[in-house]
Design a protein around this ligand. Structure first.
Ligand code: NAP
Length: 263
């Protein structure tokens, strides 16, 4: 039995990276999928990739009016909604002295207010389904602070708080969980971070990536598929009693390791 069979899912940030991979896996597991993102052309290409019948809705998640219209459009075209996956996100990499008010507001508007607005717009449809699922994508930067990622880290810690509070408020109709991935270098945001790291360290991309892999107990970088697998678990019936959880998808990055103990 496909684990998302019969589900009606909306994925924000679904035109790229982790959101696109989540949409692919949801569709492959039997869900009808709607993608929400900023750019019409990217949305059309992503819908063709995810498969026939994929719905697209364009919206800036920081705009209450656009979010309401997009969620209503998705609910109409899917014939209801029982799954909301919040992947839309942005990042600005700068030291404290260089962070502008616009950087701060953009990051918080998309990553945190955008998540709140999408959950609020989807609440009645998710509750009505009586088997609702919200999965947000936080970050390892939502579990521990990171230099030069001040607004991003604050937004991702905020997302953990939003997720836990909503989990308490929306039970028992809707479960609400978050996935906290370590860096996924293949996505739009992952490439942006990789460019910053190559510039900052003077190392080429391969060297940076192998340095990161060496610092992760599971000895590799994260993938969009690793994150989507965790999202699909939260969506599945197997996770129907799990809510308010933050799941690290980080290859054990938070663990202490013994020097020289790796194979
Ligand atoms: P990505 O490929 O850049 O995907 C993010 C998507 O969100 C893009 O399609 C982007 O559109 C869209 N978006 C940005 N602003 C938006 C807005 N105002 N309204 C609607 N959509 C908007 O990056 P990703 O890595 O897959 O990121 C997905 C999520 O994973 C993010 O929340 C990110 O914080 C989180 N995450 C990523 C990593 C990583 O290393 N990649 C690690 C931990 C967590 P445009 O491209 O057109 O701007």
């Amino acid at each position: 039995m496909n684990i998302a069979a019969g589900r009606k899912a909306l994925v924000t940030g679904g035109a790229s990276g982790i959101g696109l991979e989540v949409a692919r896996q949801l569709a492959a597991e039997g869900a009808a999928v709607a993608l929400l993102d900023l750019d019409e052309e990217k949305l059309a290409a992503a819908a063709a990739d995810v498969g026939a019948g994929t719905v697209t809705v364009r919206a800036d998640v920081g705009s209450p009016g656009q979010v309401r219209a997009a969620v209503e459009g998705a609910v109409d075209r899917l014939g209801g909604l029982d799954t909301l996956v919040i992947c839309a996100g942005v990042i600005h990499v700068k030291p404290l002295a260089e962070v502008t008010e616009a950087d701060w507001d953009h990051t918080l508007d998309v990553n945190l207010k955008g998540a709140f607005l999408c959950c609020q717009a989807a609440e009645s449809a998710l509750r009505a389904s009586r088997r609702g699922r919200i999965v947000t994508i936080s970050s390892d930067a939502g579990r521990r602070g990171v230099p030069h990622l001040l607004a991003y880290s604050a937004s991702k810690f905020g997302l953990v708080g939003l997720t836990e509070s909503l989990a308490a408020e929306l039970a028992p109709s809707v479960t609400v969980n978050t996935v906290c991935p370590v860096g996924v270098p293949t996505t739009g945001m992952g490439q942006q971070l990789l460019s910053w790291k190559t510039e900052h360290t003077g190392q080429d991309a391969d060297r940076v990536l192998s340095g990161i892999a060496n610092a992760i107990p599971m000895a590799r970088n994260g993938t969009a598929s690793d994150v989507a697998n965790a999202v699909l678990y939260f969506v599945s019936e197997a996770a129907s009693f799990i809510t308010g959880v933050s799941l690290d998808v980080d290859g054990g990055s938070r663990l202490n390791t013994l020097p020289g103990a790796a194979e």
